[in-house]
Design a binder for this molecule. Sequence first.
Ligand code: AKG
Ligand code: FE2
Length: 276
Amino acid sequence: MTDTINLPQVLSDSEVEQFWEQGYFLVKGVFSKEEAEYYRNLILGLIPPNLDIPEHWHVASGRIKPHFTPGNHTYDSPDFIPLFQNEKLYAVVAQLLQSHRLRSFDGSIGITVRNDDQRDNSRSQTLHIDASVPTDLDNFLFTLKEVQLGGCFYFTDVQPDGGGIHVVPGGHRIVESESRADPQGRHLHNDWKQIHHLQSVEVTGEAGDFALLHHLMPHGASHNRRPTARVAQFLRYVRDDHPHGAGSKPAAGLYNELQIAAMSDLGRKLLGVDPW
Ligand SMILES: O=C(O)CCC(=O)C(=O)O
Ligand SMILES: [Fe+2]
């Protein structure tokens, strides 16, 4: 049974079916064009104007991953808090996970500037999954409670070959069937971090859209061959009753007064400041 009775059902039945079939879905217009432009500028403003990239950031194949502090890629200063508590995206995830009691996390950023090199390859990253299932377990549970839904906001229009995230249509079902067939399924393909046998396609989209992925979806970053830098922010959601603890409340005192002041009622619950 679901406990999302009072939430808007944003996706149609056929869209819900499409998500579970394909393992990904582009949620259109989560933010308006104006809001997307605001976040694009906020994110681009993190880049030092002299292009001296801080030592603790990561840059590969034109893809810049800013880091808030060394080892911490989560951007959750007050300006970024609204991204964690978007009501439309929340309603979509609640609909799919059949629970309104969710947590949101990650908040990392990926800016992909044009790269004219390595023309023979569209992807810049090996296909992998980022499942909320510890690698010291031997297999996934394959239950709805275990599913983490994640993905990225696009804050720029992402045209073909524009650095969009790559996915394998239906790939989450391939990961499930291969893992179910092996008692050590969690550990296949180097804990599913090195997937070389599947073909991927790029998810294009417009500024303000969110590319939503099942956590067993093989995916990877791609090269950007276009002038427009792809500006994205990554978010993940799980249910608060996630069996491996990914939905537990963070330690008290994680957020300061300014961060908490930027949170809505929903945001305080999603970020674990208030109980559900
Ligand atoms: O930047 C992207 O499009 C995907 C990045 C990704 O999947 C990762 O860094 O784990
Ligand atoms: Fe990833």
